[in-house]
Design a protein. Structure first.
Length: 340
């Protein structure tokens, strides 16, 4: 785990007041992104602004708890998460403050921003349908079709504790209401080929092993099978097809990697500059390219591997903030229908 953050509030006691302006030329990031290559992104920001970027990496829930414990003494300026649900938890914990600017408003579409400006998306991650090319001629074309009895015993999907599934159900609650969402979740349980287990890659492996005919996973887990050697996936990956769901309706469900300003940011102006930098073409290509995601800013070129999946119609009618708003209702539904 990388722990490179500079404790400016400690260093201040050791240095004279005459060097205080130099100390201000830094910004501290708490990040749940675990990519060493992010250093290239921060180096570019430093090159452009002269502001040093310090970061600490951990799981989002750990970072949120840490910010709560640190309170007003927290050195955190910016929080990066890899799911809207985590950003919502940070907002609920009171560790974020609203931030808006011309760069964010002009570059990031409204449905990819929190309505209260507590966070915004920096990259998009689609949760889509995969299927066996050998056994399935007409795969489901919508999320709703996955609950059809025709797919009984054929669906692989992760547990209800997975934040990706919580956000997906949250979007269905927003689109159809709680009753319809509960009916859908119950249908998925009936159609499961096996009890939920493993991560998204394991759902894809289930297709190749013959345990299931269709699976739900984030798109980039599939692309990793092309970009690198993934045991149990790469060798048979050409036998897996994919569907962008709901292309004739509201569009495919997307989740986000998010950026937000910490409530007690000690380097407030520098934090603002970094957040605006995240909307630049350079940063957008970096955020998306490191994990085969889609940029949040329209028109930014895709990396070569992501382009393999092509362009799709995302759900722009459902504000991504609704995932967090509906999280408790989603978990209650999961519990009620027996989705482990």
């Amino acid at each position: 785990m990388t722990r490179t953050i500079t404790r400016s509030f400690i260093a201040a006691f050791a240095l004279s007041a005459t060097v205080a302006p130099a100390l201000a030329q830094e910004v501290n990031i708490y990040s749940s992104r675990h990519y060493d290559s992010d250093q290239a992104l921060f180096d570019e920001f430093t090159s452009r602004t002269g502001i040093t970027v310090n970061r600490i990496e951990a799981k989002a829930d750990e970072l949120i708890a840490r910010m709560e414990a640190e309170g007003e003494n927290s050195p955190a300026d910016v929080l990066l998460t890899v799911d809207v649900g985590r950003a919502a938890r940070a907002e609920e914990a009171g560790v974020l403050q609203a931030y808006s600017s011309d760069a964010v408003e002009n570059r990031i579409p409204p449905h990819l921003r929190d309505p209260e400006n507590m966070w915004f998306g920096v990259s998009q991650r689609a949760r889509i349908i995969f299927y066996s090319k050998e056994r399935v001629e007409n795969p489901p074309s919508t999320y709703e079709e996955l609950a059809d009895p025709a797919w009984k015993g054929k669906v692989c999907i992760r547990s209800s504790s997975n934040i990706y599934n919580q956000s997906l159900l949250g979007s269905l609650i927003e689109a159809h209401g709680e009753d319809a969402a509960k009916e859908w979740a119950a249908g998925i349980v009936e159609n499961m080929a096996r009890a939920p287990q493993g991560g998204d890659t394991d759902q894809l492996r289930g297709i190749l092993s013959g345990e299931c005919d269709v699976a739900v996973a984030n798109h980039y887990y599939f692309l990793r099978g092309y970009e690198q050697e993934v045991e149990g996936l790469t060798d048979g990956i050409d036998n897996i097809g994919f569907v962008w769901p709901n292309q004739s309706g509201r569009g495919a469900h997307v989740n986000l990697s998010t950026a937000a300003k910490a409530v007690h940011s000690p380097n407030s102006e520098n934090a603002d500059k970094l957040l605006d930098f995240f909307t630049s073409d350079f940063a957008q290509q970096h955020f998306a390219g490191q994990n085969n995601e889609y940029p949040a800013v329209s028109g930014v070129p895709l990396d070569e591997d992501t382009a393999r999946l092509g362009i799709f119609i995302p759900d722009t009618t459902t504000n991504t903030a609704s995932y967090g708003d509906n999280a408790k209702a989603a978990q209650a539904i999961f519990n009620e229908v027996g989705w482990d």
